[in-house]
Design a protein around this ligand. Structure first.
Ligand SMILES: [Zn+2]
Length: 391
């Protein structure tokens, strides 16, 4: 019997069993790592650190090694974590977020309140519990490196990190913003053993490309935004700062970003959701000339997005609604090709994945994949909908 022969329910049930086995295996593996380190076996294996041992001897990726060693050391301090890991109440990546917050008094409570939460939800929760001060907005130049020097374009970062005299962020991240493993961020300080995050052979790490953009919660409803700008973007930003100096005399970047987002959102709402400051009722007379035949009128589009709350409306058998708010599309409940109308009652907002699923249920997978391939060869129209017409 192959996977193809299983029913949907059997497939999902077996996948759940596999996930359970994987968690048990990970919990066992972590127990072994604790024992290996206690016995110093990694050193006896000629590895400079447990990290080195995991990567070179056990062939783990650096990320997997980091997460498992973190879990192993926390499990040694808080033995109840082993059971939580095995039961899937906490993930290895959650333990990375929690590692500086766990104490023997709060360990079980913190696992309980973070169970099933996303990374962002956990970061928000931790920021509320242990608020950090706001950081002032600022612009600083990144050190040039091979990786982030695109020809003659200077690179700068609008990193809203606390300023310091030498340009190093006060949070201790290196100037190029590289987080996590492989750097000081989880080298010596965090674990007390000699730098398992440093390169095993004493070679300096290759300079990374510009730090990825990220938003990090600081405290309740306060966030730090960090991103990398090209010289051209920096020029635009400085021009915007200068042009609005009369109402933002200090040139606060946060004020400029706020106004820029307002302007961008107004434009995107008009393009994607059909919003307007002067709404007109839907009628053939009002239809813009460039709209393709059969397209949903702007007023209807606006109504459906507002009704569905700009979120995918797919609901599973347990009544859980899809949380997608990106890549949203309008879906005809009764397909256009089968005579479905463009009235709001026949339309709903679905994410791309669920829209595709519905199309496959109606037209079959083979037909939809052909339609998608066809569509990919054409430029995307401004209001994209899954309108499939049988040939
Ligand atoms: Zn969805």
């Amino acid at each position: 019997m192959t996977l193809h022969d299983l029913s949907d329910d059997e497939l999902v049930a077996q996948l759940n069993d596999i996930c359970l086995d994987a968690r048990r295996l990970d919990a066992r593996l972590i127990g072994y790592l604790v024992e290996v380190e206690d016995r110093r076996l990694h050193l006896k294996e000629a590895c400079s650190s447990l990290f080195d041992f995991c990567v070179r001897r056990l062939h783990m990726s650096e990320g997997a090694a980091f997460r498992r060693i973190n879990a192993a050391r926390l499990t040694r301090r808080f033995p109840t974590l082993a059971g939580h890991l095995e039961r899937g109440r906490v993930h290895l990546s959650t333990l990375v977020l929690l590692r500086d917050h766990l104490t023997e008094w709060n360990v079980d409570e913190l696992i309980a309140v973070t169970e099933g939460k996303s990374k962002r939800e956990i970061e928000d929760l931790l920021a509320r519990r242990a608020p950090r001060p706001d950081v002032p907005a600022r612009l600083r130049k990144l050190p040039a490196s091979k990786a982030n020097r695109p020809s003659d374009t200077a690179t700068a970062t609008a990193a809203a990190t606390a300023p310091s005299v030498d340009g190093t962020p006060a949070d201790g991240t290196p100037p190029n913003g590289t987080p996590a493993y492989g750097t000081a961020a989880y080298g010596t300080a965090a674990y007390g053993t000699p730098a398992y995050g440093t390169p095993p052979y004493g070679t300096p790490p290759a300079p990374r490309a510009a730090a990825p953009a990220r938003i990090e919660p600081l405290s309740d409803a306060r966030y730090r935004l960090q991103l990398t700008l090209t010289a051209e973007m920096r020029g635009k930003l400085e021009r915007a700062v200068n042009l609005m100096r009369y109402r933002n005399p200090t040139g606060d970047l946060a004020v400029v970003v706020d106004r820029a987002l307002d302007a961008l959102l107004a434009k995107l709402e008009k393009e994607r959701l059909g919003k307007t400051t002067r709404p007109r009722r839907a009628s053939p007379k009002n239809a813009p000339r460039h709209r393709p035949a059969g397209a949903v009128p702007t007023a209807v589009r606006r109504e459906v997005f507002a009704r569905d709350g700009e979120q995918c409306t797919f609901v599973d058998r347990e009544g859980r609604r899809c949380t997608a708010r990106a890549f949203l599309e309008l879906d005809h409940v009764e397909s256009r090709a089968l005579g479905g109308s463009n009235h709001a009652a026949n339309l709903r907002v679905l994410c791309r994945g669920h829209n595709g699923l519905h199309a496959e249920e109606v037209f079959g997978r083979e037909y939809v994949s052909r339609a998608v391939r066809r569509r990919q060869r054409k430029p995307e129209p401004p209001h994209r909908e899954y309108v499939l017409t049988p040939r």
